[in-house]
Design a protein around this ligand. Structure first.
Ligand code: ATP
Ligand code: MN
Ligand code: MN
Length: 356
């Protein structure tokens, strides 16, 4: 930990992709508050304020010391002199917490939206609709049998408890084994890499993300179909949505190219069978009781397939974090993430430093 007085604020880049942000957050008190405010603004469709607070959170996360006085923020980017942001910081410094943030936490709209978006397949649009219909809890939504749930929302409610409880590193490793084994059945030389938060060193996640490629990948379109078919036969598939590659469209000159988001991918929910830890108690169960013990957990998994030449870009994009990501990238040949940063004239930032 660095002393605030010896820290040069001017060295903090205004670009998140150039800030080294590890998971050691010395300013959680502030960033938690900003996250809540940003989210509340998002729920109220005030995108400008939402973005301002998200940027401030991101900057404070990279500081190697805890902010204890207003002076500590001088010279930092994104600490919006225009907005009321600094007033919150002051309040938290002086009172230890912010009364306005506490108000948001007890706000009816905030609480309902928070609940609604915690369901897989529910976004702001649906939340808004349900809120206008007078719903305030998930029980109320569930109880309305006239409500038409989408193909995503159905498994979202069905596996709600499993999906809101975070994925542990152990569970991610177990899923990793399944993904590796299945993919290699069809593509023996495949490279299967865990991406997302787990690659950045997080110990928990809301899902497990994988990037798949192979040197001779010809039938890119085939591999995900094969994997899905097999898991379906094995009864492991609780939901899937296969999204085709949009690479051809992205190459058209008129298209705004998002170098990260044109790969073929599959969003799915897998049934992860859990090892029974306590064998003595389960073996004394009667056969009829055994059937009622749920020995699996529903886990959200994202699979992305990239051509071998695009692997570095795909890896960078799917490692995130969303705030750390570079956007509007141009395609240059790059074999590694290091080469991409170099092409762009940027300092290389390691995966575990991309938690902006
Ligand atoms: P969590 O622990 O919550 O899963 P995470 O950083 O892994 O955190 P994800 O939503 O799984 O978050 O996303 C991982 C990365 O994949 C993101 O940082 C983003 O760059 C990329 N990503 C996610 N969804 C998409 C998408 N639909 N299209 C393109 N890239 C995406
Ligand atoms: Mn993830
Ligand atoms: Mn994901």
């Amino acid at each position: 930990i660095v002393k605030a007085s010896s820290f040069v604020a001017g060295t903090v880049s205004q670009y998140a992709c150039q800030r080294r942000t590890t998971l050691n957050n010395y300013n959680k008190k502030f960033t938690d508050a900003f996250d809540i405010l940003a989210e509340n603004y998002e729920f109220r469709e005030n995108e400008v304020s939402s973005l301002a607070f998200m940027r401030a959170t991101s900057v404070m996360k990279c500081l190697p010391f805890t902010v204890v006085r207003m002076k500590d923020l001088e010279g930092l980017p994104c600490m919006g002199v225009r907005s009321n942001l600094l007033l919150y910081v002051q309040e938290i410094i002086e009172e230890g917490e912010s009364s306005r943030v506490k108000d948001v936490l007890t706000d009816e709209r905030y609480q309902s939206f928070k609940l609604f978006i915690s369901v897989f397949g529910v976004g702001l649009k649906t939340s808004e609709k349900w809120y206008r219909m007078g719903f305030r809890t998930l029980e109320e939504v569930r109880a309305d049998k006239t409500l038409k749930l989408s193909r995503m929302q159905k498994p979202g409610f069905l596996h709600y408890e499993d999906l809101v409880s975070c994925v542990s590193k152990g569970e991610a490793d177990a899923v990793s084994l399944i993904v590796n084994n299945t993919v290699r059945t069809f593509l023996p030389d495949a490279l299967v890499t865990i991406t997302g938060g787990f690659r950045r060193g997080k110990k928990i996640g809301h899902d497990v993300d994988f990037l798949i490629t192979s040197p001779g990948l010809q039938e890119e379109e085939e591999i995900l179909h094969k994997v899905i078919d097999l898991w379906e036969k094995q009864g492991l598939l609780l939901y899937y949505d296969l999204v085709p590659s949009t690479f051809e469209q992205a190459k058209l000159p008129s298209r705004k190219v998002d170098a990260f988001d044109h790969f073929q991918k599959c969003f799915l929910i897998l049934k992860l069978h859990q090892q029974r830890v306590d064998t003595s108690s389960s073996s004394t169960l009667k056969e009829s009781d055994k059937a009622e013990v749920k020995d699996w957990k529903a886990i959200r998994v994202d699979l992305v397939v990239s051509p071998f030449e695009q692997y570095a870009y795909a890896l960078l994009g799917w490692t995130g974090s969303r705030s750390s990501n570079l956007n509007n990238m141009i395609f240059l040949k790059a074999k590694s993430e290091e080469e991409i940063f170099a092409h762009l004239g940027l300092d290389y930032i390691d995966p575990w430093e991309r938690n902006a």
